[in-house]
Ligand binder design. Structure first.
Ligand code: SF4
Ligand code: SF4
Length: 163
């Protein structure tokens, strides 16, 4: 490097912003698409279990009966597979990294009351539809059986007349 370049680089470094930050005294700014940790919006999650099926490390547990969603952050490798496969888009990647720890913790979240009510209403409507479909099927079978009986009876009467 010649002297002119050297002086130019020195002056540039003197007046430009440092590349490093005074961490931990200054908070670190993460790039926009940093994969720090997984977050779930329990107002939107429907506990379908797809994220659990798509997680390569088994970090997620969906308990439909208990209406909870849980993640073991130290098992998560931030691959984003769960986020990309969530049909309700309730999962997202938070930028902040999981704090280190000495225990393999599990973070468990309850479905929100709003979502519990919405799912209960959906289940009620589905049960009503299933009951209506079952009743319609039984009525159809009964009508078919009655029609068959009438046809048989008519056939019997015709035979009697011939005799
Ligand atoms: S895939 Fe999405 S909606 Fe389904 S259980 Fe996971 S977070 Fe909830
Ligand atoms: S980011 Fe990857 S490893 Fe982490 S919970 Fe989601 S699917 Fe599992």
């Amino acid at each position: 490097m010649n002297n002119v370049n050297y002086i130019g680089q020195t002056l540039k470094n003197l007046f430009s912003k440092p590349a490093t930050v005074k961490y931990p005294f200054e908070p670190r700014e993460f790039p926009e698409r940093t994969r720090g940790h997984v977050e779930n919006d329990m107002d939107v999650c429907i506990l379908c279990g797809l994220c659990q099926m798509r997680c390569p490390t088994g970090a997620i547990t969906v308990d439909k009966k208990g209406q909870t969603w849980a993640i073991r952050p130290f098992s998560c490798i931030q691959c984003r597979s769960c986020v990309d496969n969530c049909p309700k888009k309730s999962l997202s990647m938070g930028q902040q990294y999981q704090e280190p720890g000495t225990e393999k913790i599990e973070k468990k979240f309850d479905l929100s009351d709003k979502q519990k009510e919405a799912l209960a209403e959906q289940a009620r409507i589905a049960a009503e539809k299933a009951a209506a479909a079952k009743a319609a099927m039984e009525a159809k079978k009964k009508a078919e059986a009655e029609a068959a009986a009438k046809a048989a009876e008519a056939a019997g009467n015709t035979a009697d007349v011939k005799e």
